[in-house]
Design a protein around this ligand. Structure first.
Ligand SMILES: O=C(O)CCC(=O)C(=O)O
Length: 309
C-alpha cells in the first residue's frame, strides 16, 4: 500500500465517530468546520457559493430555459453540463470541491447533473440506492438553487438525521434476486423505505434555498420534492451528484450487495470532462463492457436526457 493510500480514511470524516478529534487538528476555517458539523449531525449543510456563482446561475438558467423551450412539458435535463459552460462551472464549483474534501477526507469529483424547471415532487428516497461506493458513503448530492425557492413551488424536502439509519439494500427491501431491477425498486424498495422512515418517526423539513446557495446532502439522507401548490411556479435548480476518489462506484438498485455482485459504474468527471475508473486498494478495476462503452459514448456524443419527471 502506498503512503497516500494508507492515509485515506475508510469512513468519511463526517460519517464517522471522530469528527471532533479530526477538526481539532485539521486547521479548517470556521465556515468549513460549521459545514462539516452540520453534515455530520443533520445529514445536510448549506454553502453560500457567492456572487460569481449567482451570475453563473443566470447564465445556466438562460442555457437550460432554451433547452426546456424545445421540449414542451419537460421538467428535467440530465447532464446539461455537456452543453452549457455555466452549468458545468457551477457543477464543478472549486469551493464545493474544497469543502467536500475537508468533510470526507478524499478528493471529490462531480459526476452527473440534473436541472429541474419546476418542483420534482419526487418521493422520499436516499441516493445510496441509486449511487453508492466501496468503502461506503463516499457519495453526496449538491443541490444548487438557480432562483430563490418559494414555499408553493415544491421545495426540496428532507428528514434531518435519516442519514444515520442503516443503508437499505434491495435485499433489505425483500428483493431476493441476484439481479434486481428498477421495476423491483418501484414495487418493493419504495414501499420498504417508506415503512422504515415511518418507524424511525423523524419529522421532515423543507429547504427554502436562496439563489446561489447549495444544499448538500449525505448519501443516505432521505429527501425528495414537496408537492407543488402553485402550478404556475418555477423552481429552477441544479442537482450535482459527487463521488470521491479511489473507490468502487456502483448502482445498488441493480446490484446484489450481499451476494457481492455490484453493477459497477464508470462515472464521468464533470470537472475534467473525462471519466474516473472504479478503484480498489488504489488499483483501477475493469467495470465491465456496458459501463465502459457508456462512458466512451457519453464523451463522444454528449447525450442529453430530457424528460418530464
Ligand atoms: O429537486 C428535487 O426536488 C429532488 C431531487 C432529488 O431528489 C435527487 O436528485 O435525488
Amino acid at each position: 500500500m502506498s503512503p497516500s493510500t494508507a492515509l485515506r480514511p475508510e469512513v468519511p470524516f463526517v460519517e464517522g465517530e471522530d469528527l471532533e478529534a479530526h477538526l481539532a487538528k485539521a486547521g479548517l476555517d470556521a465556515e468549513t468546520e460549521a459545514f462539516c458539523r452540520s453534515l455530520a449531525q443533520n445529514g445536510y449543510a448549506l454553502i453560500d457559493l457567492g456572487d460569481e456563482a449567482r451570475a453563473l446561475c443566470d447564465l445556466a438558467v438562460a442555457d437550460t430555459d432554451r433547452l426546456f423551450a424545445r421540449h414542451p412539458g419537460a421538467n428535467r435535463i440530465q447532464d446539461a453540463w455537456l452543453r452549457s459552460k455555466a452549468v458545468r462551472r457551477l457543477a464543478a464549483s472549486p469551493k464545493v470541491a474544497r469543502m467536500l474534501e475537508a468533510a470526507y477526507g478524499r478528493k471529490a469529483f462531480p459526476f452527473q447533473t440534473l436541472n429541474f424547471l419546476r418542483g420534482s415532487q419526487q418521493g422520499l428516497h436516499p441516493d445510496s440506492i441509486h449511487f453508492h461506493s466501496v468503502p461506503e458513503r463516499f457519495m453526496c448530492g449538491v443541490w444548487i438553487a438557480l432562483e430563490d425557492v418559494q414555499p408553493e413551488a415544491g421545495p426540496l424536502v428532507y428528514l434531518p438525521g435519516s442519514h444515520r439509519l442503516p443503508v437499505m439494500t434491495m435485499r433489505d427491501a425483500g428483493v431476493n434476486d441476484p439481479r434486481p431491477s428498477p421495476e423491483q425498486y418501484a414495487s418493493r424498495f419504495v414501499h420498504g423505505f417508506a415503512e422504515r422512515l415511518a418507524a424511525a418517526g423523524l419529522p421532515d423539513e423543507r429547504a427554502l434555498v436562496k439563489k446561489g446557495w447549495a444544499f448538500v446532502w449525505a448519501a443516505n439522507l432521505a429527501h425528495g420534492g414537496a408537492p407543488v401548490t402553485d402550478p404556475a411556479s418555477t423552481r429552477r435548480s441544479l442537482v450535482v451528484h459527487w463521488y470521491f476518489e479511489n473507490c468502487l462506484y456502483y448502482t445498488p438498485m441493480t446490484s446484489d450487495v450481499e451476494g457481492g455482485r455490484l453493477s459497477l459504474r464508470m462515472p464521468a468527471n464533470v470537472a475534467t470532462g473525462g471519466w474516473e475508473w472504479p478503484r480498489k486498494a488504489g488499483r483501477a478495476v475493469y467495470p465491465g463492457k456496458t459501463p465502459l462503452l457508456a462512458a466512451i459514448l457519453k464523451r463522444v456524443f454528449k447525450p442529453l436526457h430530457i424528460s418530464e419527471g
